[in-house]
Ligand binder design. Structure first.
Ligand code: SAH
Ligand code: SF4
Length: 430
């Protein structure tokens, strides 16, 4: 979501004549888009702001914006007190207001044009490669070949550990016409893959003029857009799968054969304490339905370790779920306390959390290795994002064998010949 928001903010600046720059020195404005989902993200945001004191001293006319979820949580007063050199604070709930705060385009006549109109944006957790805003891990691409489309904002669930509803507000859904128009515009700009985004993306539902558009219907419409090679979405929630969705998924091979379905824990006791609204059995039932609709589909997930009250037995249920669900990949997080609610203090110390995290990661790695190896010998349709890297429909990274080059944006059939680290190796075939 932050990636998508950063891009939107960048576009607002661009509409005023600004350009993105990799160079802090050349920047007339800096936007720090902050995350607060875990304490560590918030700490990074804070230290990132601190580091900009020097820039502001050297550029007193430059504008420094602190925006997003940590800005929403900490508040304008706190941020301005602690960092008086910050010009504007815009929380995640009011990102739309940023438009009105944008600085005027600098019009100094003797400024060289190449470094005059620039804005640098930092998203915490991904400090360096600008202006492509790559996430720190290969979750999903954000290259010109692949574009994000936000279809909902906020979240109306109340998972016990989660700060998202507090900083992003209740769920609200964008109108289908607006979503499809943005999709068409991004395809016209060269995107071949679109990723529909929302915290509970499959809860999408939009009612207007007596007609209601479901998530499945929206997927169907988006998948039919001319010029689109692949459609993805992130993240669905187990509570909102419907038969209609499974039908649309089965009938539309343009919808990527990959679903990121955060589970958080394999233990029913912990799932209940987390207020996730499903059991391990119900979750596995959805995974089975995904595979029934598309036998090749890959499923990945998120886990939290060290949730308050998680016993060794509970933790083992997370471990055993990896093989049982056949996850191709998993993001694993140490529990981070985000609320003052009683009973939500972590009861494992840092070393205890680290120990579980490592065991979980080792199991994920073992399982991913087996899943990657099972793809050897297959012919896969690959969407190249650069000359040396593309993705299969199931979202596995494929690198061409030595000597071969890929053409970004054009689907290519490749024979999978091996596995190198976390990626497949392949050669184009006719
Ligand atoms: N809406 C998505 C999750 C968004 S937050 C869903 O419900 O599936 C992304 C991930 O961050 C979550 O899946 C969870 O694994 C992790 N996360 C959220 N809050 C956390 C916390 N307090 N401590 C540790 N990890 C957390
Ligand atoms: Fe947070 Fe996701 Fe739960 Fe919403 S569904 S409260 S975003 S973890």
């Amino acid at each position: 979501m932050n990636e998508a928001d950063s891009e939107r903010i960048g576009r607002s600046f661009a509409a005023r004549g600004f350009e993105l720059t990799d160079s802090l020195k050349a920047a007339d404005a800096v936007v720090i888009n902050t995350c607060t989902v875990r304490q560590r993200a918030e700490d990074k945001a804070i230290s990132q702001i601190g580091r900009l004191r020097k820039w502001k001293l050297a550029r007193p006319d430059g504008k420094l914006f602190v925006v997003g979820c940590a800005a929403e949580k900490l508040g304008r007063k706190y941020i301005r007190n602690r960092f008086p050199f910050v010009d504007e604070v815009v929380g995640a709930k009011s990102l739309d207001k940023i438009e009105a705060l944008l600085p005027d385009f600098p019009t100094l006549p003797d400024f060289p044009p190449e470094n005059r109109h620039s804005v640098q944006k930092h998203t915490t957790g991904q400090p360096s490669p600008l202006p492509t805003f790559r996430p720190p891990t290969p979750r999903l691409p954000d290259s010109p070949v692949s574009a994000f489309i936000t279809i909902m904002r906020g979240c109306s669930l109340k998972c016990s550990y989660c700060i998202v509803p507090a900083v992003r507000g209740e769920a609200s859904y964008l109108a289908p016409e607006e979503i499809l128009a943005e999709a068409e515009a991004k395809i016209a700009e060269g995107a071949k893959e679109l990723i529909l985004l929302g915290q509970t993306v499959n809860s999408y539902s939009y009612k207007a003029g007596g007609e209601s558009v479901s998530f499945a219907r929206l997927l169907e419409k988006a998948a039919a857009l001319p010029g689109l090679a692949r459609l993805r979405f992130m993240s669905p929630h187990p509570l909102f799968f419907t038969d209609e969705f499974f039908r649309v998924f089965r009938e539309n091979p343009r919808i990527g054969r990959y679903i990121h379905l955060p589970v958080q824990s394999g233990s029913d006791r912990i799932l209940k304490a987390m207020r996730r609204g499903y059991t391990r059995a119900r979750y596995l039932d959805i995974v089975a339905k995904i595979r029934e609709a598309a036998p090749d589909a890959a499923v990945s997930t998120d886990f939290i370790v060290g949730y308050p009250g998680e016993t060794e037995a509970d933790f083992r249920e997370s471990l055993s779920l990896i093989g049982e669900a056949g996850f191709s990949f998993a993001y694993c997080f140490k529990y981070s306390r985000r609320t003052d609610e009683r009973g939500l203090e972590p009861d494992l110390d840092e070393a205890g959390m680290d120990e579980r995290l490592e065991r979980l990661l080792a199991e994920v790695k073992k399982n991913s290795g087996a899943i990657l190896n099972a793809r050897i010998g297959r012919i896969e349709e690959v969407l190249p994002e650069s000359r040396d890297f593309g993705r299969t429909s199931a979202n596995f990274v494929v690198r061409p064998e030595r000597g071969a080059e890929l053409e970004p944006g054009a689907l290519v059939r490749m024979e999978i010949t091996g596995v190198v680290r976390n990626a497949l190796k392949g050669r184009p075939v006719p």
